[in-house]
Ligand binder design. Structure first.
Ligand code: ASP
Length: 328
């Protein structure tokens, strides 16, 4: 029988030990609560999605998924924070189109969306709605366009900062409507909606995951949806394209990101917990009731998010350049 030289035997034992430790580490992950960073205020659409999923994911992972709202600069502060976080599998970021638009919106961005992150999965696609304060004189979108033109820049639009989709919608709306809206920034569209309900701002373009309850309660004026076709959750509401803005389309997609070099077993386990949560009947019903659409399975993967982010980053650059900024 050939005996392995002592060094080979001891190396073999060492590597088996390390392999065992690695597997043990994988088996024990997650060993403590996980943080899911949300780039906007509590109560806004990103927060609604994050908290709904975090509760369900925590059940699958056997650890609490803590939602942390890290505010500011249209979501770029949260993205920069996550890019610099320890890549140990205990910090993740949920973010939307803002990951693709920020490079075109910010001359100096202290993170690279396409280099500083590992990708977990796409999450959910959410339509947007253009809503106005209850006592705004315009009763439909065409009247709103005429009223906005007559008001010059006296009409304002609330949003969640440069990089937020409510800001992006405002840019695209002012360009497509040929009007001049004054922008009113907030730390998220949760507080923006409160200002709209209080009559302190005139207009808001926000996601159905936030606006649907207020629309159903008839506490805001609804002017249209930003999707190519009408929504099952708001069937009577015409699209902006039906009301004169031919081709206007804006859907808010979401992704989950981790700091670069996060252990693969953490990425895999967090992604599996997300996919399980999206199949949970209660989560699926809540998302459907709020007009949100769960993407096809091929998008619910690291490659599905990375490919999409690359495509959207390229697509948005000229769109943002053409739209320019509206008065900040
Ligand atoms: N998603 C942001 C929020 O949750 C709003 C936005 O991006 O417009 O507040």
């Amino acid at each position: 029988m050939t005996s392995f030289p002592r060094t080979v035997t001891s190396l073999a034992c060492l590597s088996l030990g390390l392999l065992g430790a690695g597997l043990a580490a994988a088996d024990s992950y997650p060993a403590k609560p996980i943080t899911l960073v949300v780039p906007y205020s509590a109560g806004g659409p990103t927060d609604v999605v994050a908290r709904t999923l975090a509760a369900a994911m925590g059940r699958t992972l056997g650890q609490t998924v803590i939602v942390e709202n890290k505010l500011g600069a249209g979501g770029t502060i949260a993205a920069a924070h996550t890019a610099r976080a320890k890549p140990d599998g205990y910090t993740f970021l949920i973010h939307h189109n803002g990951m693709a638009t920020a490079p075109a919106l910010y001359r100096k961005l202290n993170y690279k969306p396409l280099a500083d992150f590992d990708y977990v999965s796409q999450v959910i696609d959410v339509p947007m709605t253009v809503v106005g304060r209850k006592d705004l004189p315009a009763k439909d979108f065409r009247e709103l366009q005429a009223y906005a033109k007559a008001q010059g820049n006296k009409l304002n639009l609330a949003h969640a900062g440069l990089g937020a989709v409510s800001h992006l919608c405002g840019m695209l709306l002012t360009q497509a409507m040929g009007v001049d809206l004054t922008s009113v920034p907030f730390q998220g569209t949760g507080p923006a909606m409160n200002a709209l309900l209080g009559g302190q701002v005139d207009l808001l373009c926000d996601q159905t995951t936030s606006t649907t309850p207020f629309i159903k309660a008839n506490s805001v004026k609804l002017y249209g949806v930003t999707t190519a076709s009408r929504l099952k959750s708001l069937p009577a509401t015409p699209t902006l394209a039906e009301q004169g803005l031919a081709g206007f389309q804006l859907v808010v997609w979401h992704g989950i990101y981790a700091p670069k070099n996060t252990p693969k077993e953490a990425i895999d386990k967090f992604g599996t917990a997300l996919r399980t949560a999206l199949k949970d009947p209660e989560v699926a019903k809540r998302m459907a009731d709020l007009g949100a659409i769960i993407p096809a399975d091929d998008k619910l993967s690291p490659q599905g998010l990375q490919t999409w982010l690359e495509q959207e980053t390229q697509r948005y650059a000229p769109v943002i350049k053409a739209a320019g900024q509206f008065a900040d």
